[in-house]
Write a protein of this length. Sequence first.
Length: 257
Amino acid sequence: QNLMQLIGPGLGGALVAFTGATVTFWVMAGLYAGAVMFTLRLPKVPVDGPVEVSGPARAGGFGDLVDGLKYVAHDPTIRTHILVNFGIVLLATPYSSMLPGFVKEVLGKGAAEQGVLVGFSGAGALIGSLVVASYPPRHRGRLLLAISTMLALGLIAFSFSTSYYVTMPIMMFIGAGISLRMSVGQVILQTYSAEAFRGRTVAVWMTQYSIVSFGTFAVGVLAEHAGPQVAIGGMAVVLLAFVAAVALFVPRYRNLQ
């Protein structure tokens, strides 16, 4: 995934620049259709039966999600972990929606250059994934807070940058921060979840991307009145304050192993 984030945006940006958005979307649709066809051809492999769990069982994805929500609500460690990461995603991720306008209005560049910037973000994400794979299994709560701090500082630096070439390495830090946050967060989730509920807690965890639209709406309104730099920088400052508050006032989280 990180490798595709490294290669894909540059190719997509170049395609938009040379052929236009319409052709680019047709190419994307064709690639998606090809991926679906290859997926349908995968052989069916039998799996072991489900693990027995206490309480009434529910069939189907929605029932699993409900069971996961109940488990998360009654487990303070998992609940705290998911809520903290929801806050981080809500404040950090919307910058990507502002990227086209930022590249055009602040950096004075176009689609091809935006693709290159996203490629730098992918390079940072790939490097971050390699780094986290070698990290020892301890102090993961503090590590995630440190990563989130790095991400917030990277977004603040991004909001101040008016140079395309200065923005390139900044995008690497942002990409690394997003990738590391996701990787370490998932490791913590799997470590502290009961075995029978790991799939359900992952389902709850993945709903974090459904709330990104709320952050995007907020940053869009702010950008309309104050500009993209103030909008992205403002959200990053709030993110920094949020992470600091968690580090200071939520010892359960910073002590996660």
